[in-house]
Write a protein that binds this ligand. Sequence first.
Ligand code: AMP
Length: 173
Amino acid sequence: MDLAPLIRNVPDFPKPGIQFKDITTLLLEPAALHQIVDGWAERYAFSKIDAIVGVEARGFIFGAALAYKMGLPFVPARKKGKLPAETIAEEFDLEYGKDTVTMHVDALQPGQRVVIVDDLLATGGTVAAVVRLVRRLGAEVVETAFVVELPPLKGRERLQGIPIHCEVEFMVE
Ligand code: AMP
């Protein structure tokens, strides 16, 4: 199934000039979620993955489904102030603003191999911060997986050396 037509483009959201790629329309098609999650589960079946890290909030949808499918732990990377126990934090620049992402200090163990999941790769700032968190806990990022990539925003350049997997590319800024 071609996933691109299922992703809605919303111009000027959340501010003028942003082409927002809305994956809620894709989620209305159950076969699309199956295709993505089943494909990723096959992709990582023999990669000795120990945990799936999902990035708040839309990364939770795909990440938790993948963790369920693979029978693996799911680790949420959340915005500052959301996780209740002891956390570590990393700041990053967003396509629209600044933010901080956190993880529980006991969410991953040294040496564990993880896949980081989010809905979309734009500038790569968000996932780069999550990569830093995972590495600070001593775990290894095997790959970062996204539904959508916006290549003009050059996320791949920021993530040099970190494998990236995407389902759909849109050549918009
Ligand atoms: P970035 O850190 O620039 O790679 O931005 C990625 C994060 O911001 C992801 O969690 C996306 O959900 C969100 N995001 C950034 N740009 C867009 C966009 N154009 N459409 C939808 N989500 C976006």
